[in-house]
Design a protein around this ligand. Sequence first.
Ligand code: DGI
Ligand code: FE
Ligand code: FE
Length: 188
Amino acid sequence: MKVKKAMKLVEEKLPKKRYQHSLRVAETAKQLADIFHGDKDICEMAGILHDYFKYDDLSELYQKVTKYKLETELLAYSSEILHGPVAAAYFKNEHNIDNQEIFDAIYFHTTGRRQMGLNEKIIFVSDYIEPERTQPGVEEIRDMIYKEKDIDKAIYEISKRTVLYLVAGDKTIYPATIDCLNYYNLQK
Ligand code: DGI
Ligand code: FE
Ligand code: FE
């Protein structure tokens, strides 16, 4: 699929603000691909498509988990966890995007996981630091990327903040989120 087609699909599917977020993630990811020697085309495509199912009803997402034979473990989680895996499977199956790195980057963009590939790491971080993100401490993460150029440290700090936030809100933590935290704690 060409970039323009991907943009058009996302523009038609998502509210304007979420479409614009997707474009900013793609732009940020291209920048990070330059800095860390990732693949700009993979980063751009994954960035554009990553949140495609962000606002689908849970029942629609569950149907697609079954249709695309994704892990049944996913059925215990909400759309916050599901929108990535379902988008990865949808674009692979319905739009012939058969690039494993794009698949992984979209699939794990919310949770991260242990041993992420470079482009997968770039999407995970770009989603968190794109220019309009304003969560407390985001500037520290931007410094780890743009000044220290330490992507593994940034991943650990993002995971840590996410887990703290989830625990504080009594949310269920998906296993890959914890794996990511532990793995990058030892890498940083
Ligand atoms: O889709 P975005 O808003 O751009 O960002 P995202 O896909 O990273 O989603 C962020 C949300 O997902 C945020 O509110 C935290 C939540 N999240 C991340 N890891 C987990 C999680 N929610 C649960 N319940 N469990 C997790 O492990
Ligand atoms: Fe997302
Ligand atoms: Fe996002």
